[in-house]
Design a protein around this ligand. Structure first.
Ligand code: ZN
Length: 183
């Protein structure tokens, strides 16, 4: 069931504080279409009517209902082999995005899984839906990327996989932050 995959990941992102009540978005690719969370939906309590199906390559009557980050999701599906995307606002990762140009995890899980995570738009501030091509380009060679002062975009074959990259990045950033505090 499609909705149950969205509900599991959405609820968990919310419970872990990786999104605020109305932020973050999720999508999966369905051939030439994608299924994405509704504009301003609450990831912690998603229902069927919170999912929007629209085309990857052109607009239809459902397009305006989709998340404000639709342009990024479309660009990623056009440029990479990904079938699922998770966008979140993890606090420690976003904090480090202001001072670092890339995140190099020092813990075992983070370094094995992610090796290094680029921070895009370093030195500028980006609005939702912007930098779609730059994000998609970075996701051709990385599992997850950070947009400075905004959040993470993770791409995988399943929502659960992209969710795993999101939690691993935040855990690595929490440890990096704590190590900085020790110094
Ligand atoms: Zn966002």
């Amino acid at each position: 069931m499609l909705i149950s995959q969205f509900q599991t990941v959405g609820r968990d992102l919310c419970a872990r504080g990786l999104v605020s009540s109305h932020s973050g978005n999720l999508s999966i690719k369905l051939g030439e279409r994608l299924c994405i969370t509704h504009r301003s939906s609450m990831l912690g309590c998603l229902e069927e009517h919170d999912l929007v199906e629209t085309r990857i390559n052109k607009n239809d009557r459902f397009t305006p209902l989709a998340s404000r980050e639709l342009a990024v999701h479309r660009a990623v599906y056009k440029r990479t082999p990904a079938s699922a995307i998770v966008h979140a606002h993890p606090a420690y990762a976003v904090t480090l995005s202001f001072s670092e140009q890339e995140i190099i995890p020092c813990d075992t899980e983070g370094s094995l899984l992610l090796s290094r995570v680029p921070v895009l738009s370093f030195g500028t501030t980006v609005k939702p839906g912007e930098c779609a091509e730059e994000i998609a380009d970075a996701l051709t060679t990385h599992k997850i990327i950070l947009v400075r002062g905004h959040g993470s975009f993770a791409a995988g074959q399943l929502l659960e996989e992209a969710y795993h990259y999101t939690t691993a990045l935040e855990e690595s950033c929490r440890l990096l932050y704590l190590l900085k505090a020790l110094k």
